[in-house]
Ligand binder design. Structure first.
Ligand code: GMT
Length: 379
């Protein structure tokens, strides 16, 4: 640690589109703003990481290919890079987001270093590292081992803490630290963005995700197809993956003139501020950062009441939650909000306030700073 209580934190995450990488990038950005050093260690620069912020560094992990390997290995080169960066920069903490394989690599990196140069390891579980991989006999025991040997473990919701205890038989303390979102100011005015999207007075529904199977894009499209009248809305999909595989459903449901797709947008705030109602149809979600992103712009969501979503949205007060898998209930909830702009505005205002009070950088980042100090034994 540097004089003045500044910490040096190594952060490893998946750099591709996904909530865990977005959260890790935002955390690094906020830590650097607070005077700490944030050293990102990954195979690519995380896509939302600012290019030129002070005290924010990126250390790429280089993977060579060897004929002998049928499957390329990432864990070992990652752990070697973690150890190298720890040694060269005197890292206090290696904070890994998503257990597989990052937590294992961090434990190995720590044990490769001499006593006195060893960083503490903090593992943040984000979701499928417990709920999917934790059930896989080829991963579960390795995840449990890495969690037991981490100096601290956090989960992004109380739901995920319970799942981790049950699925991985973890008995050690776990800190629940919810996700946060700190929006950057939009670059373009709301009206300009709506014009770009071809949206007039109709309600703009928003869905943003990486389109993985559990996001239930089939259900999303099925639900909006039931909304009447058809011309009362348009649906904007901010896709973190190619949307093409879903175009068959769009055509089958006659939604060609209702669905607008933007893939891999980086100026997400421009689109968030243009939206009226979020729509999230997942079968599982430990938190659902996309709902929070919309809340920050006073955009209430209709979502399925699964996993950690009820910790983010209080149904009837800061959004509307319906049972999972029910296209009728989703369509009915969205339709009633389209017809009632007053209720929409009230839910949106409450959503924005809840996001500010519970899930802003001010509310959350200090908890990570405290955790880092705790594992380092700094009062
Ligand atoms: O766990 C995953 O499948 C991926 C992960 C990600 O990288 O996007 O998503 C999880 O982490 C996000 C950030 O904490 C949460 O908002 C998502 O709810 C969570 N996904 C699931 O639990 C399925």
């Amino acid at each position: 640690m540097e004089p003045g209580g500044r910490l040096k934190i190594g952060i490893t995450c998946y750099p591709s589109v996904g909530g865990s990488g977005i959260l890790a990038s935002a955390l690094g950005e906020e830590l650097a703003r607070r005077g700490h050093e944030a050293h990102f260690i990954s195979y690519e620069r995380p896509f939302r990481l600012p290019a030129d912020a002070p005290r924010l560094y990126f250390h790429p992990v280089v993977i060579n290919s060897y004929e002998l390997f049928k499957y390329p290995d990432y864990t070992l080169p990652l752990s070697v890079k973690m150890a190298e960066v720890s040694r060269e920069h005197g890292l206090d903490v290696l904070h890994v987001h998503y257990a597989v394989p990052h937590a294992t690599a961090a434990i190995l990196a720590r044990s490769m270093l001499p006593a006195g140069q060893r960083p503490s390891v903090v593992t943040t579980l984000h979701g499928t590292d417990t709920t999917l991989l934790g059930r896989d006999a080829g991963y579960g025991p390795a995840i449990t081992y890495a969690l037991d040997r981490s100096d601290a473990v956090t989960t992004v919701s109380a739901y995920l803490e319970q799942e981790t205890r049950q699925l991985l038989a973890v008995t050690r303390p776990i800190d629940v630290i919810h996700n946060f979102f700190e929006p950057h100011p939009p670059r373009r005015p709301r009206e300009e963005v709506r014009r770009e999207l071809g949206v007039g007075s109709e309600a703009l529904l928003l869905h943003s995700s990486n389109l993985r199977a559990f996001k239930r894009i089939d259900l999303l499209l099925e639900s909006v197809a039931r909304i009447r009248p058809r011309d009362s809305f348009k649906l904007l999909v901010l896709a973190g993956a190619a949307f093409e595989p879903f175009m068959g459903d769009v055509r089958r449901l006659g939604l060609e003139d209702r669905v607008i797709v933007r893939e891999h947008v980086s100026d997400i705030e421009d689109y968030l501020q243009a939206a009226d109602i979020g729509l999230f149809t997942s079968d599982m979600e430990s938190f659902c950062l996309s709902i929070l992103e919309a809340m920050c712009f006073g955009c209430p969501s209709v979502a399925t009441a699964v996993g950690g979503i009820p910790e983010v949205v209080v149904s009837g007060s800061s959004g509307v939650l319906v049972p999972p898998g029910d296209a009728g209930a989703l369509a009915e909830a969205v339709g009633s909000l389209i017809r009632d702009p007053g209720r929409r505005a009230a839910l949106g205002a409450a959503a924005r306030l809840r996001a500010r009070e519970l899930f802003s950088a001010d509310a959350i980042v200090g908890r990570y700073e405290q955790l880092y100090r705790r594992v380092r034994g700094i009062p």
